[in-house]
Design a protein around this ligand. Sequence first.
Ligand SMILES: Nc1c(C(=O)O)ncn1[C@@H]1O[C@H](COP(=O)(O)O)[C@@H](O)[C@H]1O
Length: 170
Amino acid sequence: MIGIVMGSDSDWPVMEEAAKALDEFEVPYEVDVVSAHRMPREMVAYGENAASRGLKAIIAGAGGAAHLPGMLASVTPLPVIGVPVPLKYLDGMDSLLSIVQMPAGVPVATVSIGGARNAGLLAARILAAHDPGLQARMCEFQDELNAQATEKGKRLRAKVDGADAFGFGR
Ligand SMILES: Nc1c(C(=O)O)ncn1[C@@H]1O[C@H](COP(=O)(O)O)[C@@H](O)[C@H]1O
């Protein structure tokens, strides 16, 4: 089970992509609003109880002064994946820097601004390290990505001038 938490329900349109990625790999998850700023005691309780409740990793998204991922990481031994959520001002740079610049000893695996899909995929990979079946599905997924990228190259080359990737045949 993966925990997907966010500072506000207004983050859900971004964070939903993490849930969709976990759905693709049939990884169970729970979702909740847990704010370090607005509900600090509940946030500490969530982090302190996460491991004993059976969660294997936490995906935490927040916008602006995004202290939630780092604060969770300080009260749980589980891996925490931070998702910077872009807001109206500063385009998510505020959130990115708040999440990524953690002091040594308290790691948060930070994905790109709005990168909730990668957060979901990273959580699946963490579980896959101890789950051969899930790891096999991850390998298939990577093969599909490869095939799609190869196809894009073929289409582009055909569109430009029929040359191959190195420009031979021009
Ligand atoms: N960054 C945090 C924290 C936190 O880090 O504890 N709690 C809420 N927020 C963020 O405030 C933004 C605005 O929230 P509202 O839309 O509720 O006003 C959201 O992006 C949320 O993640």
